[in-house]
Design a protein. Structure first.
Length: 286
């Protein structure tokens, strides 16, 4: 085993035990090594974004939606944030109160509470909450099921996030609309792509992320898409990373609109044409 996936100096052993990366007696078996490899694999995508923000001399604000047990937030804090010793902060947003209580207790026990907050809020509530900053640097959402990823993207747009990192899953909404509106596009040869139920599901999942990328580009983000393998119980995931470049793309908006119309998804325009964060941002998009 290469040292690439050994525990790094300064990592919290107690945290690794809580995350079941280490056994209670501090051992690391083959499964533990696999989990640690996955953690570092994800971290290597996010760390350069955080470093670029620190190079600007700013305190970093990161909001993790659908945080659950805040696996991601704790790892990011342990590997990067805890050594900054500045005003940088991670916010974990979760609707399940029991999980919020658990993560608050763990952060307190680990000495992370000064740089981490856990809020029992929905995405909509978080958008308006005074407990969060008016603008944020990074928004993450890993395994946010179905439309929860879209909610997180809208939050990021409203908060003018510099970076957005999402790993969607369980994407059912677009597939259900495709299925419902199948007759309206039956004359189009492309409708053969989702004629069979299995293909409807798979195509719906694929096209959802294509639409999300166009949505982000329309709001001035540069988007890259890659694969995140083996995280938690999922064997294959699509990782979407977006960086705001202050150059909204009219053509991306036009392509997004054309795609929605072409494949019978007009009713979803409100979801994918989320309003810009401010009047100024909206003006940039025109």
């Amino acid at each position: 085993m290469s040292n690439t996936y050994e525990i790094r100096p300064g990592q919290s052993i107690e945290l690794l035990k809580e995350l079941h990366i280490l056994t209670r007696d501090g051992k690391m078996n083959q499964d533990s090594r696999r989990k640690l490899k996955q953690v570092y694999h994800l971290f290597q995508f996010i760390e350069p974004l955080l470093k670029s923000l620190k190079e600007e001399g700013r305190d970093i604000s990161l909001v993790d939606h659908g945080a659950g047990k805040s696996y991601l937030g704790f790892i990011l804090y342990d590997l990067f944030f805890k050594d900054l010793r500045d005003g940088s902060h991670i916010y974990g947003i979760e609707t399940r109160e029991a999980l919020v209580s658990h993560t608050r207790e763990l952060a307190q026990r680990l000495g992370f509470a000064g740089g981490m907050s856990f809020l029992n809020l929905s995405v909509a509530e978080a958008t308006e909450s005074t407990e969060l900053p008016a603008s944020v640097d990074v928004v993450t959402a890993l395994h946010a099921c179905d439309t929860a990823t879209d909610d997180a993207i809208r939050f990021a747009l409203r908060k003018q996030a510099r970076y957005i990192v999402v790993v969607p899953c369980c994407q059912a909404e677009v597939a259900s609309v495709l299925r419902r509106n199948k007759k309206s596009v039956m004359g189009d040869p492309l409708s053969e792509i989702w004629r069979h139920p299995l293909h409807t599901r798979e195509f719906g999942s694929q096209v959802t992320n294509v639409l999300r990328c166009l949505q982000l580009e329309a709001h001035g983000y540069q988007v890259s898409v890659t694969e995140l393998v083996g995280w938690e119980h999922s064997m294959k995931n699509e990782l979407i990373i977006a960086q705001h470049k202050n150059s909204p793309q009219r053509r991306a908006s036009e392509r997004l609109n054309a795609m929605l119309e072409r494949i019978g998804l007009d009713e979803l325009k409100a979801r994918f044409f989320a309003p810009a964060a401010t009047a100024g941002a909206a003006a940039q998009s025109s």
